[in-house]
Design a protein around this ligand. Structure first.
Ligand code: GTP
Ligand code: MG
Length: 322
């Protein structure tokens, strides 16, 4: 039988599989042809084969092509005609990426205990819907309590989603940290000032339409945060990351923290868009375990992960997840 339909009139499984393979092959052919053009336009085509392979590898890992080419050319310039094995080339690329990265100096270790009546240190989290802001808030809260011995309060201004307030209350109870809800910007200051706390972490709603962004600006103005993190998932494409980041760049942002590195098929998009966004990298989140799956970007081998992939998290499976 040659047609796509089986005797019962359904699409044949083998037909579907071969159609999928054809589509994949077509995509690979397109990519190869683009790669060839890019190598020529980015002056990579004339480099020795191992460098061209490194370029292809970086492109396959979603690095922006100009950046991938500049990395490869820089490594070639440093090493001249020396024939480096692939492993050394990958290590050199990782070093080059790390040297390019601007990383935020984690402030939590230097947050002082506040005297009575003194305003706490405020960290605000903004960003894409579902990015992992609320999860990051919980992780930072536990980190502040356990690692720094701080009195931490979590404050949420996300009152839109059904169950979000109850959700924060439940987790705050489990983590034994006080929490507050701000329905209006005017309530933010009261939530920050009330209680003897050293550190307040403010979570916001991940809505990015214009009225919501204006409302967010109101919350941020009221919070007068010491640091404001733009939170974005590393699973987004470079283009989506940049488009989403652009919506928030009008705010006074301190850094960009990336989440879901464990689920990202590659980190080239995250690293390349991070350079485009132009903010230092704050934290990176590598899973849902609280607070284990969180690293200050300055402690994370981002270059290595960008070139060789993120290792699967190896944490205590008993750690709480949300
Ligand atoms: N795999 C993985 N999942 C994560 C990570 N961070 C958060 N998540 C999950 O992503 C989902 C969304 O996380 P939230 O923290 O609710 O995201 P949010 O930014 O607060 O979302 P909104 O409030 O809807 O804007 C949840 O299921 C989290 O468990 C991470 O680093 N890795
Ligand atoms: Mg949330």
């Amino acid at each position: 039988m040659n047609g796509p339909l089986s005797e019962t009139g359904e699409l044949r499984e083998d037909y579907l599989q071969s159609a999928a393979i054809d589509a994949r092959l077509e995509h690979i052919e397109e990519l190869m042809s683009e790669l060839h053009d890019w190598m020529r336009s980015e002056q990579v085509a004339s480099l020795p084969a191992p460098y061209r392979r490194l370029f292809s590898h970086l492109i396959a890992n979603d690095f922006e092509r100009r950046y991938a080419a500049s990395l490869v050319r820089a490594i070639h310039q440093t090493n001249g005609t020396r024939d480096l094995p692939q492993d050394d080339l990958y290590a050199a690329a990782a070093r080059e990426i790390d040297a390019d990265l601007d990383r935020w100096n984690e402030a939590l270790p230097s947050v002082q205990r506040r005297s009575p009546g003194e305003r706490p240190y405020v960290v605000a989290l903004v960003g894409a819907s579902g990015a992992g802001k609320t999860t990051l808030m919980y992780k930072l809260a536990v980190r502040g309590v356990l690692n720094q011995g701080l009195r931490v309060k979590i404050v949420s201004s996300d009152t839109y989603k059904i169950g979000s307030v109850e959700g924060v209350q439940t987790i705050a109870d489990i983590l034994s940290v006080p929490f507050g809800i701000a329905f209006e910007p005017a309530e933010v200051e009261a939530q920050i000032e009330s209680g003897d706390t050293d550190l307040v972490i403010l979570d916001t709603a991940g809505r990015s339409d214009r009225p919501s962004r204006e409302e967010l600006a109101g919350f941020l103005a009221a919070a007068r945060a010491d640091e404001t993190h733009l939170v974005l998932p590393a699973t987004m494409s470079q283009r989506a990351l940049q488009e989403t980041a652009a919506l928030f760049l009008g705010e006074r942002l301190s850094c960009v923290s990336f989440t879901k590195l464990d689920e990202a098929p590659s980190l080239g998009g995250m690293i390349s868009s991070g350079r485009w966004i132009g903010l230092p990298m704050g934290y990176v989140s590598t899973g849902t375990a609280i607070p284990d799956d969180l690293l200050a970007a300055s402690d994370a081998p981002i270059g290595e992960w960008g070139v060789r992939g993120v290792p699967q998290p190896d944490h205590d499976t008993e750690a709480p997840h949300v």
